[in-house]
Design a protein around this ligand. Sequence first.
Ligand code: SFD
Ligand code: AMP
Length: 624
Amino acid sequence: MANPEITQVECDILILGGGMSGCGAAFEAKYWAPDLKVVMVEKSAVERSGAVAQGLSAINLYMGLRYNDPSYSKTPEEFVRYVRNDMMGIARDDLLYDIARHVDTSVHMFEEWGLPIWKRPDGKYTREGPWQVMINGESYKPIVAEAAKTALGEGNLYERVAITNLIMDAEEENRVAGAIGFSTRENRIYVFKAKVVYMGAGGATAIFRPRSTGEGMGRTWFTVFNTGSGYAMMLEAGAEATQMEHRFVPTRFKDGYGPVGAWFLLFKSGATNAKGEDYLKTREAELQKFLPYGEAKPTPTPLRNHQMLLELLDGNGPIYMRTEEAIAKLAAGEGPERLKELESEAWEDFLDMTISQAMVWAAQNIEPDKAPSEIYPTEPYIMGSHSGCSGMWVSGPEDLAPPGYHWGYNRMTTVKGLFTAGDGAGASPHKFSSGSFTEGRLAAKAMVAFVRDNPNTTKLNGGAEELGQAVYKPLTNFEKGRGASTRPDVNPNYLLPNQALRRLQKLMDEYVAGTSTWYKTSETMLNRGLQLLEMFKEDLENLGAADLHGLLRCWELKHRTAVAEAHLRHIMFRQETRWPGYYYRTDYPQLDDTNWRCFVNSRVDPKTKKWDVFKKEYLQIVPD
Ligand code: SFD
Ligand code: AMP
């Protein structure tokens, strides 16, 4: 495949990625500025793309502010404290507060647009836990996508176009001017020029070797199509990143990756080791090693993982979610209808968002009201919206952000005109689907202000033809090299993306605290990992793609590799173990608040490609 057609598109606001935050951005931008041309680009189809593609069974952030009822409502201050503790002392108070004060309006709109939210007899949404509400969420994403599409209007949505790189301005340094990508269906390159760019390409999966193998290969917790592309492209553009050492290791139902929140919080299930002991209690003393966060309520997510890992390492596994006990307790004294109802709620929790887990139950003859189910810590994920806080360092809201955390427009990165939110914005986790949509809205409002203040058009740095050749290089490599062998997957001239992905995952798993070392690493291991990663990057020049599908996989891999490098370099820089249960530095096994209660930020110089990793002060706004 050669000589692609080139399509050039010019707009005011360019939204890259039609996930939850991208849809929020599209909706809000058109609300404030119906006169501006807003274009959205999505590598798949917005209706079923991103982390919410499969559906969800809960909205994990809803404050209930309209009730002002302490037994139901949460305050923004409480949210900041909760998240800061879960992050073991470091989070951006300003960004979190900003999300919390606005998130409810998004949830109310979702309901108006048709999302069924469970209700209590008094009309309030049914809480799963203190922050969450239960939904019938199989069609959550189509509902949100419809609102975004309607707002954008005909002709402004480009689906099945994968963005590979941002394009900078030719005249103004450190200013973004657009983006380039390719159609995954036709022989066509797209070049977009804009006054302002929103990056909403989500978090990063499959950087690490997953636990699933063989016939389950590719089954992970977080959609495999979120490939860290946003982080990679923003880093390449010179934007400052924060907390890229952080990760999320979700505890999940084993093998199907089913969520645990509904069981722990709604059904109030306990989890035990194989001897039937409640390891959260028997391992309570372990929390004292990580004070003051060990005493926080709820126990921070990494510490809960840590307690479980100690059990597994001592041979006390399997760890079981005691679904049968929880259901028996809830059904006690009630009739058979209640049991039936609980049973169907249990199945729906999985069927709404992780159908694979329902299949594991079916395949292993597990009836949740009769037998417990295994839970397990998964491979690591790099993300910024769940219980992980990686992402870019963004400007905070002007009324809340302390000096140094605000440089103009809310949610703008350190690159002029480049905005992000959701998984893209770092140090502000636990925003989830509702908070990501809300943060996209906040970014969009600021982007509209940016365009009003900067009405002149930008100028793309680089010709479309030359940029397009770089995008198509893996196709060219394959075409040129294919004659050297008869089997396309054995060839001295190129490396196929699947082969390269496995090499990256093995490297990250073994040297950068993956599952095979029980999440442990050290400076010497990281140094060796970095050497291997440098060689791996050289080989990426020889990636080969047989077709457009392969080309997509090649670019996803390149993006994953950039995220992997950021993760490794940040872990190397932070000389402590702040999040046991997520990862351990065996050479610095303690949490060290004196030296490390700070953010770790980094930037790649766009010209020299050199990394600069440095500390950024943590500034507390909301008191303990
Ligand atoms: O249970 C390109 N999340 C949950 N949130 C909840 O509120 N409730 C839940 O029940 C949730 N659960 C959950 C959640 C996430 C995941 C992965 C699972 C389960 C398995 C969190 C939210 O889903 C999450 O916070 C938001 O979706 C984040 O929004 P955003 O916009 O940052 O990311 P996205 O929605 O994944 O969208 C990214 C989009 O970018 C596209 N894309 N497009 C063009 N070019 C490229 N190169 C691109 N690369 C990516 C993607 O296709 C996608 O559309 S539970 O576990 O907690
Ligand atoms: P999950 O299903 O694990 O993605 O979790 C859904 C929500 O419940 C998130 O807000 C989690 O932080 C929260 N959660 C899950 N398990 C627990 C727990 N044991 N204690 C407190 N919060 C939890």
